[in-house]
Every structure is written in structure tokens, then in C-alpha cells.
Write a protein that binds this ligand. Structure first.
Ligand code: SAM
Ligand code: SF4
Length: 331
């Protein structure tokens, strides 16, 4: 299998990272991610785990060396551990990671580690039990803690917390979340809310809280120093002096990073989505269903699709141009 990605888009960006959404379903309903009443994909439209593995294999053979499993909530997908196990067996894959809300980690952390998952991003927007419950619409913070501590106990190294900051909801907790990350030697990234899907709980133009304000909030209590360290994601990192924690800032609204984009996504129903902020996509499900086991046609379809990767997104919190909720594509 090739070492370097052969996927290069029209803007000379090398695509070496794929996020595979394994389900659009979730055991929470975070207010910024989903509306209260959601319609989910009918089962027959979801890729099977074998189809997801075949698509993963095609990307790996084209030189992709990082895969993140996401959703919806990946851990509500039955059989997920077996998917991790089969993807982890591809030797040229440098990183196999997952983004999860953590609620089911108490049950699955150990099996995921054994199956070969390398790293975990765990989302949390508040450590206050009431606010956690409000922001997720019904989540129980104690279940979240049990999940996180289970992941730590089985030895996942460098867990990263993901926090979406919403003005008026959780900006007062930024330093508490950093303190929790420091106490546990986790990294933590703060994410600006993107206008994906129509929310009915709040007006996105009123809840925007930009990275620069998150940073000045943190600096009131902690010393941050610049670092050139990067992960495979769009976070810009700073180190908290005297700790093992890095703080990342993901700024899709205030500081466009599209020139560095190295990724594409596959939705739970098999659309190869070339940019989170655009609808350019190519159907892979029909390819895997009409040509089962044919890696060559899958590779050709992916190579052709990369020619249509848009140059950048244009998010405007005052408008919802993209009606697709985040749970379909994952983050
Ligand atoms: N359920 C898992 C979780 O919550 O970690 C994985 C899927 S979730 C869609 C992936 C990430 O996207 C989470 O960190 C979540 O906070 C973030 N997210 C969801 N909707 C978002 C939005 N509108 N803007 C910015 N980030 C969002
Ligand atoms: Fe579910 Fe993750 Fe979306 Fe929250 S952010 S509703 S946990 S998919």
C-alpha cells in the first residue's frame, strides 16, 4: 500500500485524512448539533460496517493514513468494535481515532483499546450537571465522568476534550474545563459553533463566541505559550505553562483554515463530502452496492471526486446555508 497520499485536490492540497461517520443516530441531542425532533436515516440507507471498511480500505490504498470514526454517536452503532479491529489491521494507517460524546465509554473503552483504537476525542460543553443536561437536552454528567475515567483507566493516551463554546450558555466555564483537562493531563480544544442545520433552541448569530475571546478568558488564570505543534486537525495549539495540557482553538468562523485542509468526510449514508461547508459530494454507497468487493472502481470514484473539492467554506452565523446537521457528517 502506498505511503504518501495520491489524493491531491485542484488547490494542491494533499488529502490524507478521512472522517467516516458510522451513524447519524445519537444518545444525546446537543442543542447546537441537532434540533429537538430529528428524522434519522432509514436503516437500509446506512452503510453497513463491511461497506464502511471497504471504503476505508480504498482510501488507505490511495495513501490516506489517518481515519477518524465519528457520527452521530459512533458508540451507538452495534458492532463498532469489529470495525475498529478490521481498520486497525491496515499497517499503513498511522492514526485510527474516534470522536465520541463519552456516554458509552464505560462499557466500550476497554474493547476499543484492545481492538486498536489509538486516540479518543471526547466532547463535553459543561461540567455543571444542570447545564450539561440542558445543552445535551437529557444527558447525565455522572455517566459522562464514568466514561471518561474508564477511557483513562484502560490507558488511552492524550485524550482530547472538545468544547463548543456558546455565548450565554457555557463561556463562564472555560477555565473550569481547562482545569479539568490539566488535572487529568488531557488536551482540550475549543470550537466555534458552525451554522449547520436549523436549530430551534437558540439564534446562532447571538451565541457566537470567538477563539480570541476564549483565549483571553483562559489567560486570566493560566499562562499560555505559543507552540508550533499541530495534530492532524485544524486546531491551533498553545501550551499551558507548567502542565502537560495543550489548548487548541478551532476557528471556522473567525480564522479560516481552509488553505490547510487535508480531509474529506464520508456521511453515514455513504456520501463522500468534500467540504463541511459545501454540499459538493459523490455517492459511494451505490458504488459499493453495485460493485461489491471491487476496490478499483471505488478508488477511481474517489480520485475523480477529489477534483471537486471546494477551495473554502463561507460560514455566516446569520444564515443557515447548509441545512445538513452536524450529526450526519461528524466532527
Ligand atoms: N457524538 C460525537 C461527539 O459529540 O463527540 C461525535 C459526533 S459530533 C457531531 C462531533 C463534534 O462536532 C463534537 O465535538 C460536537 O461538539 C461538534 N459539533 C456538533 N455540531 C456542531 C456545530 N454546529 N458547530 C461546531 N461543532 C459542532
Ligand atoms: Fe450527539 Fe455528538 Fe451531536 Fe451531541 S454533538 S448531539 S453527542 S452527535
Amino acid at each position: 500500500m502506498s505511503e504518501k497520499s495520491t489524493l491531491v485536490d485542484p488547490f494542491d492540497r494533499v488529502v490524507n485524512y478521512v472522517r467516516l461517520s458510522v451513524t447519524d443516530r445519537c444518545n444525546l441531542r446537543c442543542t447546537y448539533c441537532m434540533s429537538e425532533k430529528m428524522e434519522f436515516l432509514p436503516r437500509q440507507k446506512l452503510l453497513t460496517l463491511e461497506e464502511i471498511r471497504d471504503i476505508g480500505e480504498a482510501f488507505i490504498s490511495l495513501g490516506v493514513n489517518r481515519i477518524r470514526l465519528t457520527g452521530g454517536e459512533p458508540l451507538v452503532r452495534r458492532g463498532l468494535v469489529s470495525l475498529v479491529d478490521s481498520l486497525a489491521s491496515y499497517k499503513s494507517l498511522r492514526e485510527l481515532t474516534m470522536t465520541t460524546n463519552g456516554m458509552l465509554l464505560e462499557t466500550h473503552a476497554s474493547d476499543l483499546k484492545t481492538a486498536g483504537l489509538k486516540r479518543l476525542n471526547i466532547s463535553v460543553d459543561s461540567l455543571d450537571p444542570k447545564k450539561f443536561n440542558q445543552l445535551t437536552r437529557f444527558g447525565d454528567i455522572d455517566q459522562w465522568y464514568r466514561g471518561v475515567y474508564a477511557a483513562k483507566k484502560v490507558g488511552f493516551s492524550k485524550i482530547k476534550l472538545n468544547v463548543v463554546v456558546l455565548k450565554g450558555f457555557n463561556e463562564s466555564e472555560i477555565c473550569d474545563l481547562v482545569a479539568f483537562a490539566i488535572d487529568n493531563e488531557f488536551d482540550i480544544s475549543f470550537i466555534e459553533e458552525m451554522p449547520l442545520g436549523e436549530t430551534n433552541s437558540h439564534n446562532r448569530s447571538e451565541t457566537q463566541f470567538h477563539s480570541v475571546d476564549v483565549k483571553s478568558n483562559i489567560c486570566k488564570q493560566y499562562d499560555l505559550i505559543e507552540t508550533l505543534e499541530r495534530t492532524s486537525g485544524p486546531s491551533k495549539y498553545m501550551r499551558v505553562v507548567g502542565t502537560r495540557t495543550r489548548v487548541g482553538f478551532i476557528s471556522p468562523i473567525s480564522d479560516n483554515f481552509c488553505n490547510l485542509c487535508n480531509r474529506v468526510r464520508v456521511t453515514a449514508d455513504g456520501r463522500l463530502l468534500l467540504c463541511l461547508g459545501n454540499e459538493n459530494s459523490v455517492a459511494l454507497r451505490s458504488v459499493v452496492r453495485n460493485h461489491p468487493g471491487d476496490q478499483s472502481i471505488l478508488r477511481d470514484t474517489i480520485k475523480e471526486a477529489i477534483k471537486y473539492k471546494p477551495e473554502r467554506h463561507y460560514f455566516d452565523p446569520n444564515r443557515t446555508d447548509i441545512l445538513r446537521f452536524m450529526n450526519l457528517t461528524g466532527g
